[in-house]
Design a protein around this ligand. Structure first.
Ligand code: IVH
Length: 669
């Protein structure tokens, strides 16, 4: 019996290793659960055979003294930070000076944004897990660390007598989102970021709570070892740790020189939001232990390693005021006016607060110090207040009863999150946003008609709805500040061209609720003319594949409204094309699989994607053999390198424009 139990444990440990460390499971979840069930059953029948490192023993009972102090066997050092290539060059220059030669290699690792832990294994079994604390003494979190599945309770193969290993416990993005969803449903306080959520999850009295938080870990550093193999480099240490069953990040790389380090930095930053967990930089380590020893430590940090930090995506700043914006559908959105801060690579002075409920749920008050986040291409948002820094002068915000732009009432239907201005197109903010959307590249694409011009045209009373754009005469603009003959002529040309856009573009521009690019194209393809769409029944609209009842109802209600009919008549009188042009544009890129990477001059990611899809192409996330073309903008990162190694055509912004105009023929030759 004992041998069957031990055999089951070994199988389970092996499959944990396949799953968590190699990311190559060999059996289904069902089969795995079967093994666990069988082991649980046998252990229940033979309680005397249960050992603490059995896979069934991860989650123990609540403990009262779990945070007892633990003295580290050797201090847990911190790292010095740099944030530019110049500082990196300077760091390497110091290294080379001390070693009197360049190091023979470096190891580059992702800097995981979690919590440092130290794990001690005795005779192959997890004995003590501790936080970093002040670097000398940490806290005992063994009971909670045992509840983190990727961390082995028992090592694989020949384990040394004593092994200390360091690494980072973190919460994957998906686990973080799920946790906050649960917190929100239960009416509990949300966690501001995965790091805080991981910290809170490690400080639980009940390991079952920790287990429910789906924490994970990457181990990256060897501590004290008694009785292990002879290792000469950090890279060998990582490989050894992996062979013992530890999760070691597969993104780590051994590289030869600083040029390769820099390439790694580029790639890592480019892929920052595609990992599924938060990274805040790259750690560069001199690989050879002998050379590490020669370099030694300062009081705080090793001289043989350095942390290259990415620009921060979260910053603290003061919330000066909360204002509201009214969008093209009348949607009222509160936003924060901030003391300007540099975050996510840009100066930010405004950030969205989403809606009234969010403001109250986060309990953000005017005058608060708040955490602002700007990550990737996502618009900046206020994460939450730092409550401990309040001095009592902060003011609670409430949604105004009337629209600051037009004075109409603001209403929020019972049970809805979104408040709306009731002013219709008499609301200048709403009109302004609608016109901007109408003229944008994804809709009628009227070059030169941005906010500045729109504001001027509204102010002069020249435009009250989108159709008025097409009745503008050169004389309306000439003589206005900033408008000369050439700029007026350019705008007139752009407007004239916009009259011939396909029906789908017009439908996007008209801003029908629930109708984005995809639905607009489906409607245009099905009905071919605006008159046919206006005459369609709700059932006919709902019969289009991919159009659900909510969309059909919204489109039908829009088509029935007298304002819609009047607007369409006005557009017809202006000479707009109200039919779908059968130019074949729709299929120009059919079957093409396009990868976008880097910043594309003049295009947002969304616009580029829409332009490809409007022509029947597909946008895919990663480069593979089946990719047709890679469109590379500025700082393209690893996808470019991969495309080149696979021999896939790469084009720039100009090539992209040509591709959109002329199709895949431009890729040949
Ligand atoms: S090595 C003596 N490697 O960054 C070397 N640290 O700012 C000690 N961290 O306290 C650290 N990822 O919590 C190392 N791949 C990595 C890391 C990493 C994240 C954290 C760690 C450390 C902090 C220093």
């Amino acid at each position: 019996m004992g041998s069957e139990i031990e055999d089951l444990r070994e199988q389970i440990r092996y499959h944990d290793y396949r799953y968590y460390v190699l990311d190559e499971p060999e059996i289904s979840d069902f089969e795995y659960d079967e093994l666990m069930r069988r082991l649980r059953k046998l252990e229940a029948e033979h309680p005397e055979l249960v050992t603490p490192d059995s896979p069934t023993q991860r989650v123990g009972p609540p403990i009262s003294d779990q945070f007892a102090p633990v003295r580290h066997r050797e201090p847990m050092f911190s790292l010095d930070n740099i944030e530019s290539f110049e500082e990196l060059d300077a760091w390497e220059a110091r290294v080379v000076r001390t070693l009197e030669a360049p190091p023979d290699s470096y190891v580059c690792e992702l800097k995981i944004d979690g919590l440092a832990v130290s794990l001690v294994y005795e005779q192959g079994s997890l004995a003590v897990a501790a936080t970093r604390g002040d670097g000398t003494v940490g806290e005992d979190i063994t009971a909670n660390v045992r509840a983190i599945n990727p961390i082995p309770l028992r090592l694989l193969g020949d384990a040394p007598a004593v092994l200390e290993v360091r690494g980072e416990v973190y919460m994957p993005d998906a686990a973080f989102e799920e946790l906050n969803r649960r917190q929100s449903e239960a009416g509990d306080q949300l966690f501001v970021n995965p790091r805080n959520a991981a910290a809170g999850s490690l400080r639980q009295k009940d390991p079952a709570v920790t287990a429910s938080r789906k924490l994970s870990a990457w181990m990256y550093q060897l501590g004290t070892v008694q009785g292990g193999p002879v290792l000469e480099t950090h890279w060998e240490a990582l490989e050894w740790l992996r062979s013992l069953g530890f999760p070691v990040n597969p993104a780590s790389e051994r590289v030869q020189d600083l040029g390769e380090v820099k390439a790694y930095l580029q790639t890592a930053e480019d892929a920052r939001h595609a990992k599924g967990y938060a990274t805040d930089g790259v750690v560069i380590k001199v690989n050879r232990f002998e050379q590490q020893q020669a370099l030694g430590f300062t009081a705080r940090a090793p001289r043989w390693a350095i942390a290259y930090k990415f620009p921060p995506e979260e910053q603290v700043t003061r919330l000066l005021d909360i204002r509201i914006g009214v969008g093209r559908t009348g949607r009222v959105t509160p936003y924060a006016m901030l003391e300007p801060v540099f975050v996510g690579g840009a100066m930010v002075s405004r950030a969205t607060l989403h809606n009234e409920d969010e403001v109250h749920r986060k309990d953000v008050r005017i005058g608060d110090e708040v955490i602002v986040r700007r990550a990737g291409e996502v618009i900046p948002e206020v994460i939450g207040p730092i409550v401990s820094r309040r001095d009592g002068s902060e003011r609670v915000w409430t949604m105004p009863a009337t629209c600051p732009f037009c004075g109409s009432r603001i209403v929020k239907p019972e049970g809805e999150k979104v408040a709306r201005c009731t002013g219709g197109l008499t609301c200048p903010s709403r009109l302004r946003e609608w016109l901007f959307h109408f003229a944008s590249r994804s809709a009628l694409d009227i070059e030169g008609l941005g906010y500045k011009t729109i504001d001027l045209l509204i102010e002069k009373g020249l435009i009250r709805d989108p159709a008025d754009i097409f009745f503008l005469e050169p004389g309306d603009l000439e003589g206005l500040e900033g408008w000369g003959e050439v700029s007026v002529a350019n705008l007139m040309t752009a407007i004239a061209e916009a009259k011939h856009r396909p029906l789908s573009k017009l439908l996007i521009g008209l801003g029908i609720r629930h109708v984005g690019g995809t639905v607009a194209r489906m409607l245009a393809r099905r009905f071919c003319s605006i008159d046919a769409l206006l005459a369609a029944s709700e059932e006919e609209i709902a019969a289009i594949e991919g159009v659900g009842p909510i969309i059909a109802q919204s489109v039908h209600a829009w088509a029935q409204s007298p304002e819609t009919v009047a607007l369409i008549e006005k557009l017809r009188a202006a000479g707009l094309q109200l039919t779908e042009d059968a130019s074949g544009e729709e299929d120009l890129l059919a079957g093409l699989r396009v990868v976008l990477t880097g910043r594309l001059e003049g295009w947002s990611r969304e616009e580029a994607k829409e332009a490809i899809e409007a022509r029947g192409g597909t946008v895919v996330g990663s480069v593979s053999k089946s990719t047709s073309v890679v469109v590379a903008g500025d700082s393209p990162g690893s996808k470019l390198a991969r495309a080149q190694s696979l021999g896939i055509p790469v084009i720039d912004a100009e090539g992209f424009e040509r591709l959109l105009a002329r199709g895949p023929a431009v890729l040949e030759g």
